[in-house]
Design a protein around this ligand. Sequence first.
Ligand code: SF4
Ligand code: SF4
Length: 435
Amino acid sequence: MSYFHSVTLDKDRCRGCTNCIKRCPTEAIRVRDGKARIINERCIDCGECIRVCPYHAKLAVTDSLDMMKNFKYKIALPAPSLYGQFRDLTINQILSALLDIGFDEVFEVAYAAEIVSKFTREALAKGNLKKPVISSACPAVVRLVQIKFPSLIDNLLDICSPMDTAAILAKKEAIKKTGLNEEEIGVFFISPCAAKVTSGKNPIGIEKSKIDGVFSMKEIYGLIIEKAKTTVVRDLSKASMIGVGWANSGGEAFGTFTENSIYVDGIHNVVDILEEIELGKLNDLDFFEGLACIGGCIGGPLTVENNFVAKNRIRKLTEKLPKREEPMFDEKDIDFEEVKWKKKIEKSEVMKLDKDISKALEMMKQIDTQYKALPGLDCGSCGSPTCRALAEDIVKGYATEYDCIFILKDKIKNLSQELNELAGKIPPVLSEGKE
Ligand code: SF4
Ligand code: SF4
């Protein structure tokens, strides 16, 4: 089965400006024939290209709200970052408005995040995890590790994300409460990003996600604003400061109660830290929280509010929430084994030049030679993100050296010189008196 990607290209809108190719952390985009192309096997759905495209040609495909009609009982799973999107709404107003939109129940992902924090603390305390433990909450980062840093797969925290944990709990509770079959209950995540849409369809660490659909936060935002005007506010929220704090970068690391941890946001900053970890420079670190978006999930490409404003709102909201250290959940409702990964993350081979090591070495030599012949300006005019990437594309047969405008210019100059010289030549039979 092919791997679903939420990030897609609207070809008609693309002008081939090359803005996106340079921002992609896995060099997954090329511009050919005046249009961008995504190399699907390399795409991590981080949404960086969505943010930088000036023509809105990169999109995040999400599920349609019509999907709700297929289920008898519908549960909304709001991401903690949703709470930072509204200027004047309280958490309970937001949750009540969600019920008025047509959901039968809301289950806060922030509440599940608290449970994940508790299980993470317990797993860290056992001391048998490979250090530094790398957070697996951001699916874009998990896929980045899989594609670009496969040697770090064993460092990933093997616990389901708050989204998947919330879905497991919400479905279980709803079955008990309603007596319906699992298939009759629809669980819908309200997502700040494309990466979560993708991970709903290609679950991480488990065979099948309990998520039935992923809706865009942007799409739900307007509906909440509308319904909040008239909603009867109910006391629905049970999340604490730790769970809601996951919306901002550093929230998850804080919930580990480990001082020896770092958190980094922005996919390129995450790449820098993963390089350090791969080189063994951070072996003394306990926990690393890396998030693809600037500021954390409040900076996701499907959010509405400016990430700095949203970050401040989350901070203010958490100040008013209970600071309890242990989640209120009943131990009988969920145990660690239910949220522990059941499926190993496979190493991706996509960055390898060839499976055969001698062939790969030969290609590497050719790439080095080809690279030396290029100007080294990394201008992107060739449609590849760097001169090195163009050299690789040439060796793989996907491009030619004349895609480089500087090489093409030199070639034209040499050809025109040759033409000039040839034009001055006169055949011997016509060159009277000339020796
Ligand atoms: S940023 Fe990328 S997708 Fe957008 S117009 Fe430019 S080349 Fe096309
Ligand atoms: S940081 Fe959060 S919003 Fe951004 S890609 Fe990762 S999970 Fe999605």
